[in-house]
Design a protein around this ligand. Structure first.
Ligand SMILES: Cc1cc2nc3c(=O)[nH]c(=O)nc-3n(C[C@H](O)[C@H](O)[C@H](O)COP(=O)(O)OP(=O)(O)OC[C@H]3O[C@@H](n4cnc5c(N)ncnc54)[C@H](O)[C@@H]3O)c2cc1C
Length: 292
């Protein structure tokens, strides 16, 4: 497949994805693009879908496991300035999907707007967070979303309400749609109280994370009621290893890809843990990690 001549310079072929994902492993994308604005993005989407290419948006890469064979389609980054802007309008934060979630949290707290501060320290972008309805302490991001601008495969855009996005426990009905922009409806609050809350969250998150590990992922969704961490601990699976991939010994909700790790090993370990947890507790752990 080839793109129109004026788009061609934007499209890279066989682009390595491993440097772009937290786990640092996996093969290349057949095509990769970082459009500078929405108009360019729409054209790329249209041409790719007319050619029957599968399309995925890559955010911060903190929740993606890329197989060794790579991704046979088009991967799009929304990291350009125009697709990652943040703006405050009265009690609303309007965020480009490519903006880092941490920047969105800091911006809203600095403007004295509450509702996102408990999400500080969750890696990734606003788009990735909204698609997966990230949560912390039982409060999810969907509860403060007012509307979402999405792009369809044919390049058309439309605005969805919070209700239409179908937010539920670590899920939305946005699968297959690209998230371009999100409007959050927030509550005016005292800046210094919000800042203190955010700092407290930040410290407790860092304390509950494997130290000095960058190549990590949280493969499982916490089932309603009992955290995946506790379930895995109780099943005696903390520290379990498959080749160069292991679960952390202290915080076993984290999977760690050591030097020499492969995607195949990650998948084997995840399957083993799921099987054991199911066998011992009857709970079928659901995957958080997206497998490409
Ligand atoms: C150390 C660590 C701690 C974490 N803590 C938490 C936590 O406390 N709570 C929690 O809920 N999660 C947590 N996660 C999981 C992860 O950070 C979140 O799922 C995060 O929101 C993923 O965002 P991302 O931009 O990195 O998405 P990516 O990893 O880039 O992508 C994840 C999925 O979202 C899709 N996607 C990304 N952007 C868009 C877009 N704009 N439009 C459409 N689809 C898109 C991708 O195609 C992919 O399928 C943690 C992960 C790590 C590594």
């Amino acid at each position: 497949m080839s793109f129109s001549e004026d788009l061609d310079h934007l499209i890279r072929t066989d682009e390595p994805l491993s440097p772009l994902v937290w786990l640092g492993i996996g093969g290349p994308a057949r095509f990769f693009a970082e459009p500078v604005d929405e108009a360019e993005l729409q054209r790329i989407y249209r041409e790719a879908s007319e050619a029957g290419l599968a399309i995925r948006i890559l955010g911060g890469g903190s929740n993606v496991l890329v197989r060794e064979s790579g991704f046979d389609g088009l991967v799009i980054s929304l990291a350009a300035a125009a697709t990652s802007e943040l703006a405050i309008e009265e009690n609303k934060l309007i965020a480009g999907a490519g903006a880092k979630l941490s920047h969105a949290v800091i911006k809203s707290v600095g403007a004295g707007l509450g509702g996102l501060e408990h999400l500080v320290g969750i890696p990734g972008t606003v788009g990735g967070a909204v698609v997966g309805n990230v949560s912390n302490g039982g409060r999810d991001i969907g509860s403060v979303v007012e509307s979402i601008t999405v792009i369809e495969n044919d390049g058309t855009t439309r605005v969805l309400t919070q209700h239409e996005a179908g937010f539920s426990h670590r899920k939305t009905s946005l699968n297959g749609l690209g998230v371009l922009k999100v409007t959050f409806a927030l509550e005016p609050r005292d800046v210094s109280a919000l800042t203190k809350r955010m700092q407290k969250q930040w410290i407790s998150r860092n304390a509950a994370r494997p130290s000095e590990q960058r190549r990590i992922a949280t493969p499982f969704v916490d089932p309603d009621g009992i955290p995946a961490n506790t379930l895995i601990q109780n099943c005696g699976l903390a520290g379990v290893r498959e080749g160069e991939v292991s679960l952390d010994t202290t915080h076993p909700q984290y999977l760690i890809a050591h030097t020499g790790a492969t995607s195949e090993q990650c998948l084997k370990l995840i399957e083993r843990v799921r099987e054991q947890v199911l066998l011992q507790t009857g709970i079928d752990l659901q995957l958080n990690l997206q497998i490409w």
